[in-house]
Design a protein around this ligand. Structure first.
Ligand SMILES: Nc1ncnc2c1ncn2[C@@H]1O[C@H](COP(=O)(O)OP(=O)(O)OP(=O)(O)O)[C@@H](O)[C@H]1O
Ligand SMILES: [Mg+2]
Length: 464
């Protein structure tokens, strides 16, 4: 594998063409990064005016789950790289296109495995990474047994789904049937197949943005500092980087950990009741624990990514950044009170929690993704600042062309930056923007991002 050593001019013969399958806010930043390097960008999504379409050279509006539509636009455009930004894509069409010689990021096989919870758990088990105890079930009777085996409370999830759809938290056997119906209703395929997982009472979660890239004629994996995050329910709300910052002068983290269910977390997600409160909330974490957790995070993400990027002969072929979701317990009773991390799932593309890297790293997750998929060198990635990101959500649906008031008020806070995604239409809880902040510590950054995001949310004008 050689580095790419030349790039042509967009819209001319010899241009390097990148096709984005999915034009959301992550795709928009990927498109901008690609444009900066003189790449021709083609956006594809199911509706007009999607964020990345607004910065692409041109776009197509199709249903990407339709294999014929997908193959037709790819064959017409002949892109150098096909870059999936979402899961709901006809992955068998990607396999076919790959066989025709197109480069699918990271590989068509990886896009197929990562959207399938059952295949992904099998892969995790094969490389020996810890996960929550789980069972698969292929019908209702099996699910009833599976829930008993795993124990309550547990989560019933559809084999293929995302964004929390089709997932139910089950407290007792009485709820199992309803959970099964819910999983079937929202499944994206294999409607009868579900997975049951035991609820892990983590302190917080992290995303490791492990990146497969070309390094001196072979493919290697690079590990940026883990991103911490927290949420009640399935939607991303707040993230920060680094996940904990060891201070050598005190032997512990430079600020207290604001963990799941704690006071800051409750302020960040008002109106949502956390299921537990982490015993580490408000505490400074010893450096040895931080280092051990970080080591485990890289080990888990590395094992999963190295397996996922394998080609047919077992050699590494896939390129690009992955968002590896991991749950962290700083003192796990199941591990004799020692720290332990649990692999949750992984997506082969920039991750919503990773948008914090737009203000914390010298290369954001999107910049890393673009370099990696184009076969360009990444000699290092630096953490330049401690920072946080907080989502800006729409409260009401049905509004075209919402207007954001008080942007001046939010931007008066030092260290605050905004991303307004430019989505044409609101629906309740839709992510319309992001408040980013840097601070002396992640604690300070989280408080600034929280303030800015809530100012913006209150200032959204919903137009009839
Ligand atoms: N076994 C578990 N124990 C505790 N919490 C869990 C468990 N599984 C999922 N969660 C919580 O639910 C969130 C979403 O779960 P998961 O990643 O499986 O769903 P998803 O539908 O893929 O959501 P997303 O698309 O936002 O990643 C997790 O980030 C975590 O907060
Ligand atoms: Mg997830």
């Amino acid at each position: 594998m050689r580095y790419r050593d030349r790039i042509g001019t967009p819209l001319f013969d010899g241009a390097v063409k990148l096709m984005l399958l999915g034009c959301g806010e992550l795709g928009k930043e990927v498109a901008i990064e690609a444009q900066r390097l003189g790449i021709e960008v083609i956006g594809v999504d199911r509706y007009h005016g999607a964020p990345a379409m607004q910065v692409a050279h041109r776009h197509y509006v199709i249903d990407m789950r339709d294999p014929y539509a997908l193959k037709a636009v790819v064959r017409r455009e002949q892109p150098d790289v096909i870059v999936p930004e979402i899961e709901a894509i006809a992955t068998d069409a990607l396999l076919e296109l790959e066989e025709e010689g197109f480069r699918v990021i990271p590989t068509a096989r990886a896009t197929k495995i990562t959207m399938d919870r059952i295949e992904l758990r099998k892969l995790a088990a094969s490389v020996g990474v810890p996960t929550s105890p789980f069972e698969f079930a292929y019908n209702l009777d099996e699910l009833k047994d599976a829930c008993e085996k795993v124990g309550y409370p547990c989560l019933v999830k559809a084999r293929m789904s995302s964004g929390g759809l089709g997932t139910t938290l089950v407290w007792s056997s009485k709820q199992v049937e309803q959970a099964y119906e819910n999983a079937r209703r929202y499944a994206r395929g294999f409607g009868e197949h579900v997975i049951v997982e035991r609820l892990i009472r983590f302190d917080f979660e992290v995303t490791e943005l492990a990146t497969a890239y070309i390094c001196d004629e072979r493919i290697d994996v690079l590990f940026p500092k883990p991103v911490g995050h927290i949420r009640v329910g399935s939607h991303y709300h707040v993230s920060w980087q680094p996940f904990l910052n060891p201070d050598p002068s005190t032997g512990q983290s430079d600020c207290p950990l604001h963990a799941y269910g704690g006071a800051l977390h409750r302020e960040e997600e008002p109106g949502r009741e956390p299921l537990w409160q982490s015993e580490w909330d408000g505490k400074y974490v010893p450096n040895e624990i931080i280092e051990e957790v970080e080591r485990q995070i890289y080990e888990v993400a590395g094992k999963v990514v190295r397996e996922l990027i394998k080609g047919p002969g077992g050699e590494p072929v896939g390129l690009g950044l992955f968002g590896c979701e991991i749950m962290v317990r700083l003192s796990d009773p199941e591990a004799g009170g020692k720290p332990r991390v649990y692999f949750n799932e992984i997506s082969p593309r920039p991750h919503d929690t990773g948008m914090v890297t737009l203000v914390t790293q010298d290369m954001s997750e999107m910049a890393l993704h673009v370099r990696a998929i184009l076969g360009l060198p990444i000699p290092e990635v630096r953490l330049l600042a401690q920072g946080a990101a907080h989502v800006v959500l729409a409260e009401k649906g049905g509004s075209w062309g919402p207007v954001y008031h008080h942007v001046d008020v939010a931007l008066k806070i030092p260290g605050v930056h905004l991303r307004l995604f430019g989505k044409p239409y609101t629906y309740p809880e839709r992510r319309m923007g992001l408040a980013l902040a840097i601070g002396k510590t992640t604690e300070e950054a989280r408080r600034k991002a929280l303030k800015a995001a809530h100012i913006l949310e209150e200032g959204i004008e919903y137009r009839a």
